[in-house]
Design a protein around this ligand. Structure first.
Ligand SMILES: [Zn+2]
Length: 108
């Protein structure tokens, strides 16, 4: 299992890998594995390559590209959520689910 570190640079600094593309690949995979390859929004499970990483706070609103602001999301949820507030969008789309607290504890 790939350790979950805050950014790709941490994989290089900790000598887990020597190349930047590999660091990025490992980092993206670690985030997906941390959530057991589940889309945090709809709750369905996917293969690694089927999942995207979603910025919980969109980049548009200054959301950072770090582990704490990234969650695995299927393409459909990622697209539908767009730049909406994640919690309002999630409640409108799926109602209140236990996945809310999973996301909250990841981003805090
Ligand atoms: Zn989904």
């Amino acid at each position: 299992m790939t350790p979950l570190l805050p950014t790709p640079d941490h994989y290089l600094q900790n000598l887990i890998t020597m190349t930047s593309p590999e660091a990025k690949r490992m980092w993206r995979q670690a985030i997906k594995e941390h959530f057991n390859c589940q889309c945090v929004y709809c709750g369905k499970h996917y293969e690694l390559h089927e999942l995207t990483l979603d910025h919980v706070v969109p980049r548009f609103y200054g959301g950072e590209t770090t582990t704490r602001n990234l969650v695995p999301s299927c393409r459909k949820c990622n697209q539908n959520k767009g730049t909406s507030n994640w919690l309002s969008w999630m409640r409108e789309t799926f109602g209140i689910t236990p996945r809310e607290s999973m996301i909250l504890s990841h981003i805090k």
